[in-house]
Unconditional design. Sequence first.
Length: 64
Amino acid sequence: MPKMKSHTGTGKRVRVTGKGKIVKQQAGMRHNLEKKTSTRTRRLTGLVEVAKSDVKRIKKLLGR
């Protein structure tokens, strides 16, 4: 049986840290930023850890 291919779309959206955590960029920072308050845009910057319920599925998609 051939090897599983990793899901390239998931690979572009998430990153695995050195300790094995899966981090992602928060949604809502691409457009319509003039409507959002500076507090809200500041809160949306940076990376956040993926929810525990999604970790198993994402690791499978990444082939880990």
